[in-house]
Design a protein around this ligand. Structure first.
Ligand code: GLC
Length: 709
């Protein structure tokens, strides 16, 4: 039996240079004439078709999928082109297809990787059923600036949480066998460091130190490689004097050589062409050469490879061997996707919004909700007679689907108001026209309690949608203040895709719930949590600043100088220096305690492990889930390390009054880190440990490690 690679080598040997370059070209072809499409497919001009009208697909009406059309195009590619290589169809199926799950930023708040994996399995099933072979997800960008619109696609500020969530997504999309008819290839993006866009301005430059690059930015991509990620996407940003879409050090040296990764890299939409904007390349031909030499295997839609590679090879400026290597990577991915055996899609429409997909969407949406404040008003008492449900999100639909949603439908969303009326039929839920604050105020004053459903719309976040001021959209905060000044008892439900400080809510609200872009089941999930049927358990995947000027503020920072603790210097003369809410924070309707924390041994010999055990107890009168988090602090090290590093978490559900013993394993794996040259080291010394419910948990234990017996 020929080995897979010998089959591919044979195929490569039969390909002309134009056909090879075709495999490295991803095109958006739907606006070309049928004749041009037919001719292009017959010539093998494109190896991939991207199913999107623009790279801001989520914000603009997109063309729906046409499986028959895709099968017909595939038939031409397979049966009429010289090499007969199937197309791979890619699409931004980021967090849902017809069933839409919460945006990744809120999925991260669930701290529930297994559930995220199940959700991505459902997404893959629905997408594959409509002819999609490859999704451009998960996004593994680490983000410290929530002004950046794409924070909504990220898993937040911590590399361990990003890795856990990213790998869960990869497992969900690809499964054990990505060639199965209900699986799709995943794509880890944006390689690398794009989340550091300066000033939160999209497409801006990034400036990560080597220390941050190796300990914050690259670990999730390393984890994705270990999880078997089939592809990656290079980003738009510059980093360390290079466009990351033409950085040999990152792609060829670190990813492909040091990690020995056999997948392929696609550039982001036009990011190879951006080498000219970055002034790294003078011409399109230079840009194409630099990108291919750096290890970018496929060029997304700017046709630079198609336009320029053949001439570069003919002139001797570019080795065809580099093209061959890229082609083999693309062909290997198509083989992993099962396209040579099964190039066509059997439409199976009944898979869309299958009941089990919806059930998992409800569960994940509920667990993505973060309770930030509660004086006890929540959960809503069934004895309430009249509750006003007001604000732009009271009856919203499309906005809950978030900004990277191509195939979700507004009509599949149950608005919050409708869901509450279903969930609590004995309560009279009233509303008023959100366009008239005076009418809403009147409604609020006629009710016992007001639920103010606010938040930014999906059109204000996502790609190319950064904000300068971290705040609710104009008017919403003023409305909350107006209600507060009137003494209206209120609960704030913030449906923004990011975590925003809302000073008026902090001042007046009895409770604050974050329920951002939860997808098609948003209303249902919010009603379940408000009614108490589901006890909220979400935890913040990102530190919430008190005000914009505090950015960047994140928990895993390096230790500041001692002045801050001497009392004279307060951080800011005019503002508080602590965050509004810390990473990992989230309240519950019940109370938990963590007792009897003990270390199995105070000394860790090389190559061995110790355990940190504790008893989690549900002290309250209702069941609930808690996310117990393990943080370490390397007492003294060179190079220096963050004040806290998340190294483990467990989400535990407990009945009222119940308790459970938890065990966390500690070994060199948790204690080590990367040098600025990317070498993994574990230094001898003391490691302080914290086990708790958010990143402010107290460091209570010390582990001594020495790397010699
Ligand atoms: C966009 C985004 C990328 C997306 C791609 C295809 O510009 O940066 O995340 O997957 O283009 O739409």
């Amino acid at each position: 039996m020929n080995s897979p690679d010998s089959f591919l080598q044979d195929l490569l040997a039969r390909m002309s240079l134009p056909e090879k370059i075709g495999q490295l070209t991803q095109a958006r072809i739907e606006d070309q004439s049928p004749e041009k499409i037919q001719a292009g497919l017959k010539a093998g001009r494109w190896g991939s078709r991207i199913l999107a009208q623009t790279n801001w697909a989520g914000n603009l009406k997109n063309k729906s999928l046409n499986v028959e059309e895709m099968n017909a195009q595939q038939k031409v590619a397979v049966e009429e082109s010289p090499a007969g290589i199937p197309l791979i169809f890619g699409r931004d199926v980021i967090y849902g297809h017809r069933t839409v799950y919460p945006i990744p930023h809120c999925q991260a708040a669930s701290f529930h990787p297994d559930l995220v994996e199940k959700a991505c399995t459902c997404v893959a099933r629905e997408a594959a059923a409509e002819g999609i072979h490859w999704t451009f997800s998960p996004m593994l960008d680490l983000v410290r600036d929530p002004r950046w619109g794409r924070v909504i696609e990220s898993y937040g500020e911590d590399p361990f949480l990003i890795s856990e969530m990213g790998c869960a997504s990869v497992r969900g999309f690809q499964g054990e066998d990505p060639s199965a008819p209900d699986r799709i290839l995943a794509c880890a993006k944006h390689f690398a460091g794009y989340g550091g866009s300066e000033g939160g301005r999209d497409y801006d430059s990034t400036d990560w130190s080597d220390d941050s690059l190796h300990n914050m930015i690259l670990p999730p991509f390393r984890a994705a490689v270990e999880a078997g990620i089939a592809s990656m996407m290079s980003g738009f940003n510059q980093l360390a004097g290079r466009s990351v879409s033409a950085s040999p050090h990152l792609t060829r040296d670190w990813l492909k050589t040091q990690l020995d990764w056999d997948g392929f890299i696609v550039s982001d939409w036009g990011s190879v062409n951006d080498l000219i904007a970055h002034r790294q390349a003078e011409t399109r031909s230079d840009a194409a050469r630099l990108a291919l030499e750096a290890g970018i295997d496929m060029d997304m839609v700017d046709a630079l490879y198609e336009e320029g590679l053949a001439a570069l090879v003919d002139s001797g400026e570019l080795s065809e061997a580099l093209i061959d290597e890229a082609v083999l990577r693309v062909l290997r991915a198509k083989q992993r996707a099962g396209l040579f055996e099964r190039p066509y899609t059997e439409p199976t429409p009944d898979l869309q919004r299958a009941p089990e997909h919806i059930a998992i969407a409800v569960e994940l949406a509920c667990q993505s909700i973060v309770l930030l404040k509660n004086d006890g008003i929540l959960p809503l008492a069934a004895t309430h007679k009249k509750i006003a449900v007001l604000g732009p999100y009271a009856e919203a639909r499309r906005q809950h689907l978030g900004s990277w949603c191509l195939d979700g439908r507004s009509e599949d969303v149950t608005p919050i108001l409708d869901a509450l009326r279903t969930q609590m039929p004995d309560v009279n839920f009233i509303t008023a026209n959100a366009a008239f604050t005076d009418e809403m105020i009147a409604a609020a004053r006629s009710a016992e309690l007001t639920l103010v459903c606010v938040g930014e719309s999906h059109v204000r976040n996502g790609e190319a949608k950064s904000i300068g001021e971290l705040a609710l959209p104009p008017g919403q905060e003023a409305f909350i203040s107006a209600l507060g000044a009137l003494g209206v008892p209120m609960v704030i439900i913030d449906c923004s895709g990011r975590y925003l400080p809302i000073p008026a809510a902090e001042q007046y609200a009895l409770a604050i719930l974050h329920a951002g872009s939860l997808g098609t089941e948003a209303g249902t999930a919010i009603a379940k949590v408000l009614s108490g049927e589901v006890n909220p358990s979400g935890k913040l995947p990102m530190t919430v600043p008190r005000f914009t000027g505090q950015i960047p503020i994140y928990y895993n920072r390096k230790s500041p100088g001692s002045a801050l603790n001497r009392g004279l210097f307060k951080g800011y003369e005019d503002k508080r220096v602590t965050p509004l809410y810390p990473f990992g924070f989230g309240k519950s309707y019940t109370e938990f305690s963590l007792e009897n924390i003990e270390l199995s041994a105070e000394h860790l010999p090389p190559g061995e492990s110790v355990t940190l055990r504790a008893t989690l107890r549900n002290l309250g009168g209702r069941s609930g889930a808690q996310v117990v988090q393990l943080y370490i602090q390397d007492a003294v090290s060179i190079p220096t390390r963050p004040m806290r590093e998340l190294k483990g978490f467990q989400r535990i559900e407990l009945e009222a009054g119940a308790s459970q013993t938890l065990t966390f394993e500690l070994s060199e794996k948790q204690l080590g880190f990367y040098t600025s040259k990317g070498e993994w080291i574990v230094q001898p010394g003391e490691f302080r440990l914290a086990l708790g419910f958010d990143s402010t948990a107290e460091l209570t234990h010390t582990l001594h490690y020495k790397n010699t017996l």
